[in-house]
Each structure stands twice: as C-alpha cells, then as structure tokens.
Design a protein around this ligand. Structure first.
Ligand code: AKB
Length: 323
C-alpha cells in the first residue's frame, strides 16, 4: 500500500506545530510537508520538510500538491476571534478564500482527505450556552465565527456535491505549552500558566466567572487523528463535530494552579474579549462524536495543570514567550 503524503497549511501555529510532529510519527518525516506563511519557525527549523505558502495563493497551493504528490491536507491557517475583530475584512478574506482555495484544489487534484478545524465560535447569543448540542441555533457574532460557520457549510457542500472526504472538529479553547496561540479569546487559559511558571502575577482579560469549553493539546491532537483515521462510514457529520474535554473559569484555573504555587495572584480587567466569550457556549455536548467514532478525552483540569506546570518549569520562558 502506498503511504499518504500530507500537507499541513499553517503548520507553525499552536495546533500545527504539534500536529506536524504527530503526523511525522505516523507517516514518517519524508511524507509530511509543513507549510506556513512564515518562512521559519526557529523551534521547527531543520526538523521538518518545509515549504513557504500563503493559502491565498491558489496557484502555489496547486503546485505544492503536484510537487509532493499530496494525498491529504490539514488546513490550519486562520485568523482567530480577537484578531479577527481588529481587521474583519482581512479575517474574512484569509479564513474564507483560504478555505475555498483548499477545497477547490482538493477537488481538482483528487485529494483523498481534507481536515478543516472549526470552533465553538460558530455559536452565538441565541445558542443554548450550557451543554450546547451538536445541532442548534448558531448566529455567531464574530467575523471568525461567521467565517468558520460558512467554512463548515462549504465542507459539507463539497462532501455532498463532489464526494470530497472533508472532516472537521469544533475545537474549544486549546491549552498547550509548546507553541503559544495568537489572537484568540481563550488564549488567557494558556497565558495564565506561562505567568505562573514565570512566578509572575497574571492580569486576566476575562471576568473570573467566565466559563468556556476547553481541551488540553494532547487530547486535541488525539481527537483530530481519531477523526481523520476513522472509517468513512463512521463520520456521519460532514459539517463539524462538537468535541470537548472540560469547562472552567479563570477563577477555577487559578485555584488549580495555587495547589502547586500557593502564592500565585490573578487580577481581572475584562476588555472587548469579554463580549466574545459571553456569546460562546460555557460547556459543550460532544455525545455525537463519542457515539460516531469513539471520542473520549484523557485530561481534566487537575491533570492538565500538573502537566503544564511540569513542562513549563523546564523551559526558558523569557525566550519563547513575549508578554
Ligand atoms: C479563539 O479563542 O478564537 C480560538 C477558538 C475558541 O477557536 N481559540
């Protein structure tokens, strides 16, 4: 059997960095092509087969697919919720045109499988916020959420109309220590651990009782690969699956961190991101993903906190994280 060749787009981002490593482990370094608009990511330089790619450049995308005989695409390039509100037109262009470029190239070139990450941001103020179901009122208010919801619809359309095997997850906030996120509303839940590990106080841009669905990176990678490796017949949802692992507030993370560092202090100064968080689910019903392809998370808040603090303690944080 021929091994698949994988193209990751947006490979130097928070999820892309760790997904690249995981895919290299499964398919072998020679079969994984990491692409990003940035030319180099210091921590990845030399470790991956890299191609520079702006996903808005459809011609180059097609050339890379041909050059590397690509059979699967993971399309991770996107402007997130908070950054999207700073420049809505650019966010729409990158998120929407980028996704359509990927779907169209996949259709034209006969790509076997495409992965498209969606988000809790596809939900809005009319959505039931607690234990948000798979199918419900959506009405997102951020340009990021609007573009992700439109992206989900395009994915389902390509599946129904062209038989393209597109798979997608609605990620909650993702917490990780290897590559910081950028421009999201859930980013506080990463920043707080970095500050704790640096023995600094943390000022939170959300109110202390703001609950959001969250997931630790190892679970996010597992969910992505479990979905992508599931038998096609088990993938019954072709817009995007709700997946979750936990739900917590800034106050609860602070309490979990204080079990390891009793002197850790947090203050609260909500900004425009509070309104975004208030429009999103507080917790997520992912029972459809569990039933269809066996999704099951591993980490809860306590286990994640212990692992984050242990790993961050070993890193030279002042060098990798710019507050
Ligand atoms: C964001 O906060 O914008 C993202 C997301 C929830 O999709 N982390």
């Amino acid at each position: 059997m021929q091994t698949d060749n994988i193209l990751l787009i947006g490979a130097f981002g928070q999820i892309g960095t760790e997904l690249t490593e995981a895919l290299q482990g499964i398919y072998g370094d020679a079969h994984v092509i990491a692409s990003d608009i940035r030319r180099t990511a210091p921590e990845q330089a030399g470790k991956v087969h890299f191609e520079q790619l702006n996903v808005l450049d459809a011609k180059r995308l097609g050339e890379l697919i041909d050059k590397h005989k690509i059979t699967q695409i993971y399309h991770l390039a996107a402007v997130l919720s908070a950054s999207g509100e700073q420049d809505p037109m650019f966010a729409w262009q990158l998120n929407m045109d980028g996704t359509i470029n990927v779907l169209e190239a996949a259709r034209e070139k006969g790509i076997k499988k495409v992965y498209f990450p969606s988000s809790i941001a596809v939900f809005g103020k009319d959505t039931p916020r607690h234990n948000t179901p798979q199918n419900t009122f959506m009405n997102p208010s951020t340009i990021y959420g609007i573009s992700k919801l439109a992206g989900e619809r395009w994915c389902e359309y390509y599946f129904n109309r062209y038989g393209l095997d597109v798979r997608s997850l609605r990620y909650p906030g993702i917490i990780s220590y290897k590559t910081p996120p950028g421009g999201g509303t859930t980013d506080y839940a990463v920043d707080i651990y970095y500050k704790a590990a640096m023995r600094k106080n943390f000022e939170c841009f959300l109110k202390e009782d703001t609950y959001l669905p969250m997931m630790y990176m190892p679970d996010a990678i597992k969910a992505t690969l479990d979905l992508m490796h599931a038998e096609a017949g088990k993938v019954k949802i072709r817009n995007s699956y709700n997946v979750s692992a936990m739900s917590f507030s800034p106050k609860e993370v602070a309490v979990a961190i204080r079990k390891h560092q009793p002197n850790f202090k947090v203050s609260y100064k909500p900004d425009f991101r509070q309104q975004i968080a208030d429009s999103w689910p507080t917790s997520f019903d992912d029972s459809v993903a569990r039933a269809d392809w066996g999704w099951k998370p591993t980490y809860d808040l306590e286990a994640m906190t212990a692992d984050m603090l242990t790993n961050l303690a070993e890193m030279a944080l002042e060098e990798v994280y710019d507050f």
